[in-house]
Design a protein around this ligand. Structure first.
Ligand code: NAG
Ligand code: NAG
Ligand code: NAG
Ligand code: NAG
Length: 459
């Protein structure tokens, strides 16, 4: 049996307290108390309490209520982004460019910032402690240096944001699994096995995603466009016009199919799409850059495309007129909506343009396959400029509210091969403002792979 004398109890308490409170202050200068030396320990305790109070007072004296500058320097080999931690997803504040990698921000005392790789939200870490680089602002004119050895963690399963736990608690892991696995992996691990699924080779297989058959077999492309061009078309009320058809057999020039429906949607529907875009918020258009090991593509501000765009998701997609137009496109194309990217709403101001490009997804087509069709809607009349120009075909289409322009990006004989004839560009707006919207339609399912974070896009 252990002795239960008062001495034992005191000794025990002292041992506990000495390891928790006194140890950091037991430096050589101050001298070290033996655990049982009551008086010495009491004195040391007083000293440390005084020190703490002094430090606290000092902290208190240095209160800054005004904005002040803070400098960030990037010494790492990664292009970095600085985000203010707003307690939610963070707010992007600065890019640390190469060749100097410096940026100065105006900030407030107590604000926190975290550092990620540029263009994705993958954190830059101290690999020894496995802590993400972050800083809480204490006083004006500090410099925060991202050290040379900063790098993504070797453990990809991290919570990137303060809000991850509460998002997981309200069920977001199951209704937005792709985004959550990549951004809130720890918080979704129990529910989804996120630490396994964070590897895109595990997460993004045809079998796991229950992918269905391609929308088109060879020959289906021509059949569809021929049904629109026919005199007795089911869709004659939308006023189809053929600008180009194979062998010019159905009108227009000899080339790939290019068709307009000059009366495809109403003014009310056009306005609803513009308002939906505003609801989500228009942002400067970006291109997709390189992919990291988690399947995220870097967002790159485009130089060949100066428009702004908004992806019509959530509240925008639920606007009745918006879903009515999507549904009409399903009826006309006979390709189900699960193969579509969300409506992209576009805004072109004076002199804005989108230089020559192709809508297929290039050689990297992924699970969803190429974009086979572009269904493009002009939401406003434009006084001058803003035409869609097919560079190789010599066709220009004028914006006109209610008009839809449709063309394929792939070949009739092989819908998994892109058709280089349909390069096109958006001419600069000279007078007025151009609003447009498009659905990009894929050969295979898009919604499933997108939901599971298998399309490179996580917005
Ligand atoms: C911070 O820098 C600015 C401009 O360089 C200077 O005016 C200000 O006094 C500095 N503040 C402190 C507290 O050092
Ligand atoms: C997670 O993985 C384990 C084993 O790999 C499996 O037993 C379990 O059912 C999985 N849980 C979920 C939610 O998929
Ligand atoms: C695929 O189908 C199976 C069986 O219906 C289902 O349990 C599973 O959740 C589906 N997978 C996905 C990613 O939707
Ligand atoms: C990749 C990259 O942009 N890294 C830069 C970070 O900043 C240092 C200078 O501080 C540059 O040398 C690096 O090129």
């Amino acid at each position: 049996m252990l002795p239960r004398s008062p001495w034992f109890t005191i000794l025990f308490l002292l041992l506990v307290s000495s390891c928790c409170c006194f140890l950091p202050y037991a430096s050589a200068e101050e001298g070290t108390c033996s655990a049982a030396d009551d008086e010495c320990n009491a004195a040391a305790h007083q000293r440390t309490t005084q020190q703490e109070q002094q430090e606290q007072q000092q902290e208190k004296q240095e209160t800054y209520t005004h904005k002040f500058p803070m400098k960030f320097v990037n010494k790492s080999q990664y292009r970095a982004d600085v985000h203010w931690d707003d307690g939610k997803y963070g707010v992007h504040m600065a890019i640390l460019e190469p060749n100097g990698g410096e940026s100065s921000l105006e900030t407030y005392q107590g604000h926190s910032f975290f550092i990620t790789r540029h263009g994705v939200k993958e954190g830059l870490f101290d690999l020894e402690t496995d802590e993400q680089h972050r800083v809480t602002v204490k006083r004006p004119n500090e410099t925060y240096e991202i050290p040379e050895n900063a790098a993504p963690s070797t453990n990809p399963c991290q919570d990137r944001f303060s809000i991850c736990k509460s998002e997981a608690a309200r069920g977001t892991c199951s209704w937005s699994p792709g985004w959550m696995i990549v951004h809130c992996c720890k918080s979704c691990d129990e529910e989804l096995n996120a630490s396994e699924l964070i590897d895109p080779n595990v997460r993004c297989t045809k079998e796991r995603l229950n992918m269905t058959e391609p929308a088109w077999q060879p020959g289906d492309l021509n059949k569809l466009f021929e049904s629109w061009a026919a005199k007795d078309s089911d869709f004659a009320q939308y006023d189809p016009q053929v600008l180009s058809s194979p062998g010019a057999e159905f009108g227009g020039i000899d080339g790939p199919w290019v068709v307009t429906f000059d009366n495809f949607f109403s003014e009310d529907e056009a306005n609803a799409l513009i308002q939906g875009g505003a609801k989500v918020g228009f942002e400067r258009s970006t291109d997709q850059g390189k992919m990291n090991s988690l399947g995220e593509r870097e967002k790159v501000v485009s130089t060949t495309r100066t428009s702004s765009n908004a992806w019509c998701i959530g509240a925008c997609e639920r606007i009745p007129q918006v879903s009515r137009v999507s549904h009409r496109i399903e009826e006309v194309t006979k390709v189900p909506k699960k193969n579509y990217e969300s409506f992209q709403i576009l805004e072109y101001d004076y002199n804005q343009f989108y230089r020559s490009h192709h809508d297929s997804s290039g050689s990297e087509k992924g699970l969803s396959g190429h974009r086979i069709l572009t269904f493009f809607l002009y939401l406003t009349d434009v006084e001058e400029g803003g035409e869609t120009k097919f560079n190789k075909l010599g066709i220009q289409v004028k914006p006109k509210r209610g008009r839809a322009l449709v063309w394929p990006s792939v070949k009739n004989e092989d819908p998994s091969t892109w058709d280089p004839r349909t390069f096109h560009e958006a001419m600069p707006v000279i007078k007025g403002k151009k609003y447009a919207a498009n659905h990009w339609i894929h050969l295979n399912d898009y919604e499933g792979p997108n939901k599971w974070g298998c399309t490179g896009s996580f917005s």
